[in-house]
Design a binder for this molecule. Structure first.
Ligand SMILES: *Cc1c(COP(=O)(O)O)cnc(C)c1O
Length: 347
């Protein structure tokens, strides 16, 4: 995609936007007396506004992910990155997006908030993506396509080759949400990002990095798209506490890898144990840290587990997920508690 082609996808008001400029951007490094931002001189370091572009965190991420810092955007969770796609590309009441379905609920919620038509395209019966149907659902007002791989709630991941091919057939922004990529046997699209100028890959600290509470999401894309995201976001969208914590946590990638390995072992064990239960009809293949399980009675089992103090996610009313519960892989003892409860279900 050339800059011209990208500009055609951007809302005219965003293209014309004069972004807010903070003194901190312009003079950091040179100055030692800060009397520009009406901050308090007391209570360092929290008295100062945070780095609006989070450059230290991006440097660390750049090494970790093999992506240049100018291709990285950081947000207040992936949720901010998702919302920004609508605010940058979709004219309210005019444009539309196309999304695989079922998938992550926030894509549709943000579409509604931004008054953007949300076109759902059902997955194939084996939960693979129906790429042709997604293309057929698009028209000249389609600005964004949503793909989640591994997908929530199905757990299914697409191959790098299929996604790369699809990105070349798509005439708009293609978002690939990789929130669960660290648990997947399929590789990340980051390896081929330079070949996909219209693609935004999203990741998060909320899952494998064990940091849902600190709210940091990442988007990886060509510098032109990242720059649009920077212009539209709140200037200080990632606070000092989160930036400091993220730097620390990103230095612990060995520890995180060990946690992921433990969760993958537990996932396989959980699948075996679930498969042996009479109340379980089918366990869907998964590339994530959860399992979608088809049961004999999703509502009944969900309420029975709640009564025992075990909370899972009831997906019974979700398209293609009739009878299904989505179960997150927890600590060994938590998974055991779940299995022991289910063994007694109906007795
Ligand atoms: C959990 C999840 C996220 C994470 O969102 P954050 O705002 O970063 O916590 C993003 N996408 C999908 C599909 C998820 O399941």
């Amino acid at each position: 995609m050339t800059n011209m082609e990208l500009e055609k996808l951007v809302r005219p008001n965003i293209l014309a936007l004069e972004p807010y400029s903070c003194a901190r951007n312009e003079f950091s490094g040179v100055a030692s007396v800060w009397l520009d931002a009406n901050e308090s001189p007391f209570n360092a370091p929290y008295n100062r506004y945070p780095d609006p572009l989070q450059l230290e965190v991006k440097e660390r991420l750049s090494h970790l992910k093999g992506v240049p810092a100018e291709s990285i955007f950081l947000g207040n969770g992936s949720d901010e990155c998702i919302d920004l796609m609508y605010r940058i590309f979709c004219r309210p009441g005019i444009d539309n997006v196309v999304a695989m379905s079922p998938s992550y609920g926030m894509y549709e919620v943000c579409a509604s908030v931004n008054d953007v038509e949300y076109r759902k395209v059902s997955l194939n019966d084996d939960f693979s993506i129906n790429f042709d149907a997604m293309l057929a659902a698009a028209d000249e007002c389609t600005k964004v396509m949503w793909i989640c791989s591994p997908n929530n709630p199905t757990g299914t991941a697409a191959s790098i080759d299929d996604l790369l091919d699809f990105s070349k057939r798509v005439n708009c922004i293609l978002v690939i949400d990789e929130a669960y990529i660290d648990f997947s046997s399929k590789g990340s699209m980051l390896a081929v990002l330079p070949q996909m100028p219209n693609v935004v890959v999203m990741q998060t600290l909320s899952k494998a990095w064990g940091s849902a509470g600190v709210r940091m999401g990442m988007a990886f894309a060509c510098p032109a798209i990242v720059s649009l995201m920077n212009n539209v976001k709140y200037p200080y969208n990632v606070n000092i506490l989160t930036q400091r914590y993220a730097l620390e946590q990103l230095g612990k990638s060995d520890e995180i890898k060990a946690h992921v390995a433990t969760l993958l072992e537990q996932r396989e064990l959980l699948k075996q144990q679930l498969a042996a239960l009479p109340c379980v009809k089918k366990i869907h293949p998964t590339d994530a840290n959860f399992v979608l399980v088809e049961t004999v009675d999703a509502d009944g089992i969900y309420n029975y587990l709640l009564d025992k103090g075990v909370v899972v996610r009831n997906r019974n009313r979700v398209e293609m997920c009739l009878g299904c519960l989505r179960i997150t892989v927890g600590l060994p003892e938590e998974n055991l508690t779940l299995i022991n409860c289910l063994k007694n279900y109906g007795k």
